[in-house]
Design a protein around this ligand. Structure first.
Ligand code: GRF
Length: 215
């Protein structure tokens, strides 16, 4: 069976993209990165992707009159590269319901909180302000509402005395880099089903693995 062709959408440094690329570089991994697409010209992750020999594209939001035209250009680039699954990896644009619908159940996202807690921006600051003892990250299937959708994998990390947003983010990022390849593997293996808005992973061992490192 061919490997699933993935398009990774980035806006920044691309460390999650690099983690996915690293996983995909294993010969037995069931997915490959067909395109790394940035909405920001010169985003740091583009150079990282090029350094790994990956195809890259930039679709600059500012070059388009509106969101529909911008998303149509992204669609075109993704389809031209043969992309079958989209992974959002620090992509800082909200996708329209139209775009999400065109890629129904074929867009994944990673967010640095234990969703449904703290969706949206300034996640770490809000987790610290709330005084939570556990923080973490979530990989989920994208729905039109930001940071909403069936949950594939979560990892928890402790919040430590003296943490600031940067130290907490760094601790969570380590887990992000483990969770995203794991989720992608399951999707690419065709083991993910959505039932009543919840994810089921075929294979019991994998189901137990959807919680990672609770402390
Ligand atoms: C990550 O924390 C991700 O969860 C969030 O944005 C950040 C992107 O970091 N959506 P990177 O570009 O993958 O390094």
């Amino acid at each position: 069976m061919g490997r699933l062709k993935v398009g990774v959408l980035i806006s920044g440094r691309g460390s999650n993209m690099a983690a996915l690329a690293e996983a995909c570089s294993a010969p037995d991994f069931p997915a490959e990165i067909a395109l790394v697409l940035s909405d920001i010209p010169g985003a740091g992750g583009l150079a990282v992707a090029e350094g790994r020999g990956l195809a890259t594209a930039t679709v600059d939001r500012k070059a388009y009159p509106g969101k529909a035209a911008f998303e149509a250009a992204m669609d075109e680039a993704l389809h031209a590269a043969g992309v079958e699954l989209v992974c959002l990896a620090g992509f800082m644009r909200v996708l329209s319901a139209d775009f999400v619908g065109r890629w129904q159940d074929r867009i994944l996202n990673i967010h640095p909180s234990l969703l449904p807690a703290f969706p949206g921006l300034h996640t770490h600051e809000r987790a610290l302000a709330a005084g939570v003892r556990l923080a973490g990250c979530t990989v989920h299937i994208v729905r039109p509402v930001v940071d909403d959708g069936p949950i594939l994998v979560q990892a928890a990390v402790p919040v430590l005395d003296g943490d600031d947003a940067a130290s907490l983010a760094a601790r969570i990022l380590v887990e992000e880099h483990r969770c995203y390849p794991l989720a992608l593997r399951w999707v690419a293996e065709g083991r993910v089903r959505i039932e009543n808005g919840r994810v089921r992973i075929d294979g019991t061992a994998a189901a137990a693995d959807t919680i990672r490192n609770p402390l």
